[in-house]
Design a binder for this molecule. Structure first.
Ligand SMILES: *[C@@H]1O[C@H](CO)[C@@H](O)[C@H](O)[C@H]1NC(C)=O
Ligand SMILES: *[C@@H]1O[C@H](CO)[C@@H](O)[C@H](O)[C@H]1NC(C)=O
Ligand SMILES: *[C@@H]1O[C@H](CO)[C@@H](O)[C@H](O)[C@H]1NC(C)=O
Length: 389
């Protein structure tokens, strides 16, 4: 900061001197007069700085884009007494010293033009705290934060700057677009970030986000489930809270309700598959009874017959994980859920798709996954039939 303020003085004075050299009508006392009476001086100096001779001087050296605004800024940030002193110094400088100073100034200007991410985040957070901010400006501040939290260091700074609580507060906003943006930011900042996950969970945002998943505004529901998924990934505390608030039933409702849009159902079944996979990897933990619930299993199996290939594929992945859990029963999957029938029908549909050039590659990928699932399923079935026999 010390270095910066002294550079500001130098910047101001050098520009004054340059203006004086370019336009020989300014005399020394004029310069000093100006530096002690800021306001009149601004009006007085502006036309001189606009002079093309002065601008040419700067431009030859790589150029300052807006000399005028820069100068006004510098005047506003300078101490008049310091200016007087510096002015005396600068006027005694040799051309090469002057040039060196100019390079320093250029560097300063570049620093000023590119504020740090933390500074930008502070500004956005301050805006969001302003209750009289227009909705348009609020959305803009949220969009800025959304971009800023992408690098992990910035995401880690968000809470330190007081931003996380502010963004979580926005989840309560009456405007759905604002709520959507806030959920999106929380999701992005928590993605693969245990520190932010913990902070968000401690601030109690999970249950609010879970309610938002049921929003009638599709985009809000989608960003909310994105945030919920980011908070639960590899996070036991988050998952416990989620189950504690009946998150599994929430997922089951979405997965089984065909009136809900495909995008949200895809995300719900992906989350379900991720949770099953996490359970599968946590061999030290008892399996949750929910995963072997036949109603749930049937609703996932039914998705294999949905019209959307993407949804079918994600359902298959979830089934692949669910099948490998100890507590899911092969006979329930066969008799109650009709898994073998569903897999066979899917095989036929994929065969048909492979004929079409456009779908071939994707259909082949999904078929490979489908045959994996079939294999795991028949092994699981074999085990029980052998035991019965
Ligand atoms: C120098 O500046 C002072 C104060 O602004 C002014 O009174 C004086 O006339 C100026 N002299 C010349 C030669 O411009
Ligand atoms: C809050 O926003 C309003 C509207 O944009 C603005 O006029 C006002 O200066 C802002 N207040 C603060 C403290 O930034
Ligand atoms: C959101 O609103 C609810 C109820 O109106 C309140 O209980 C909760 O504390 C609010 N959350 C935040 C973060 O402001």
């Amino acid at each position: 900061m010390e270095r910066r303020s002294s550079l500001i003085v130098v910047l101001t004075v050098v520009m004054m001197v340059m203006a004086a050299t370019a336009e020989r009508t300014i005399n020394k006392s004029g310069v000093l007069y100006w530096s002690t009476a800021e306001e009149e001086a601004e009006a007085q100096l502006q036309p001189r700085v606009d002079d093309s001779a002065v601008n040419a001087e700067f431009d030859a050296d790589g150029g300052f884009s807006s000399l005028d605004s820069m100068l006004q800024w510098a005047i506003g940030h300078s101490d008049p007494d310091q200016l007087k002193e510096a002015a005396k110094d600068v006027q005694g400088l040799s051309p090469s010293d002057l040039n060196k100073r100019r390079l320093e100034i250029k560097q300063l200007v570049e620093e000023l033009k590119t504020p740090s991410d933390a500074q930008l985040m502070k500004v956005a957070i301050l805006d969001l705290k302003n209750s009289s901010l227009s909705l348009e400006d609020r959305h803009r501040a949220l969009e800025e934060l959304l971009e800023l939290v992408e690098p992990i260091d910035n995401a880690n700074d968000l809470n330190k700057l007081g931003g996380l609580a502010v963004v979580i507060g926005e989840l309560n906003h009456s405007d759905a677009e604002t709520r959507k943006m806030a959920a999106w930011i929380i999701g992005k900042a928590s993605q693969n970030n245990p520190l932010v996950q913990k902070q968000v969970l401690e601030l109690g945002a999970l249950s609010k986000l879970m309610k938002m998943v049921k929003s009638n505004f599709v985009e809000e529901a989608i960003k909310a489930i994105y945030a919920v998924s980011a908070l639960l990934r590899n996070n036991i505390a988050g998952q416990e809270m989620f189950y504690g608030e009946a998150g599994h039933l929430l997922l089951q409702d979405i997965v089984s309700d065909s009136s809900i849009g495909v995008r949200l159902r895809i995300r719900a079944v992906v989350l379900l598959g991720d949770l099953a996979e996490f359970q599968l990897e946590s061999t030290d933990k008892d399996e949750l009874p929910f995963f072997s619930d036949r109603i749930l299993l049937k609703s996932v199996v039914d998705l294999i017959s949905s019209v959307d290939l993407h949804l079918q594929e994600k359902a298959l992945i979830a089934i692949k994980n669910l099948l490998q859990l100890e507590t899911t029963e092969a006979l329930v999957l066969k008799d109650f859920c009709g898994l073998d029938d569903a897999l066979e029908k899917m095989r036929q549909r994929l065969q048909d798709l492979m004929v079409e050039e456009y779908h071939r590659d994707h259909a082949m990928d999904v078929e490979s996954l489908r045959s994996d699932v079939q294999l795991i399923f028949s092994r699981k079935l074999e085990k029980v039939t052998r035991m019965v026999a």
